[in-house]
Ligand binder design. Structure first.
Ligand SMILES: [Zn+2]
Length: 203
């Protein structure tokens, strides 16, 4: 049986004095290892130590997912030299710039990229049908208490609202861009588009 798990490596924050940390997450889906948003942290050990505790070497990470392009979510991409980087638009590996399917693109059998513009025009979320719950890794929310309701940096607040509505009906747990996970009243995998168990060819 396939094992799919989600591990929050670093809960992000926004604090007075210019301290900004991004939420950094590891997704295991079988042998696929995805690090989401390896961005700003107080020291790189804040990403690497929890990863090591899970038995994952940086070289073993197969994918880096970017929710968007702001530095607080991207500055540590290069910690993962063998990873294919995936954003809302494309896939990037060494000097290859490759297309993907856009909304609904499967990074692995139980993960999907959703296009969720609003914070920026280039925002995406990662939806994971894990063994214990269905998760969304997304910057549609900043913090675990769901504040700020109105994103002060929003490119399009209406698009944020539409993205939030889509996600809360589909998932159980949201990991926001700068905070701890929170639960939403989703319908779990039943609301997700099929087929979720389809094995895709490996690259
Ligand atoms: Zn951010």
């Amino acid at each position: 049986m396939r094992t799919t798990t989600v591990h929050l490596l670093h809960a992000g924050y926004v604090r007075a004095g210019g301290r900004v940390g991004g939420s950094v997450t590891l997704v295991r889906d079988g042998h696929v290892l995805i690090v989401a948003d390896p961005g700003m942290v107080a020291a790189r050990s804040a990403i690497l130590d929890p990863l090591a505790a899970l038995g994952v070497a940086p070289e073993a990470v197969t994918h880096v997912f970017l929710s968007h392009h702001h530095p607080d979510h991207t500055v540590n991409i290069a910690l993962f030299p063998n990873a294919e980087v995936v954003d809302f638009w494309a896939r990037y590996k060494d000097d290859l710039w490759l297309d993907h399917d856009g909304d609904g693109y499967a990074l692995s059998p139980r993960t999907r990229l959703w296009l969720t513009p609003g914070h920026t025009e280039e925002d995406a979320s990662l939806i994971i049908e894990a063994d214990d719950a269905t998760y969304a890794l997304t910057h549609l929310w900043w913090k675990g208490d769901r504040t700020p309701i109105v994103d002060p940096l929003a490119w399009d607040q209406g698009a944020i609202e539409r993205g939030r509505a889509r996600i809360v009906t589909a998932v159980d747990v949201v990991i926001p861009g700068h905070g701890a996970p929170f639960r939403v009243g989703g319908q779990g995998a039943a609301a997700l588009p099929a087929p979720y168990d389809m094995e895709r060819p490996r690259r």
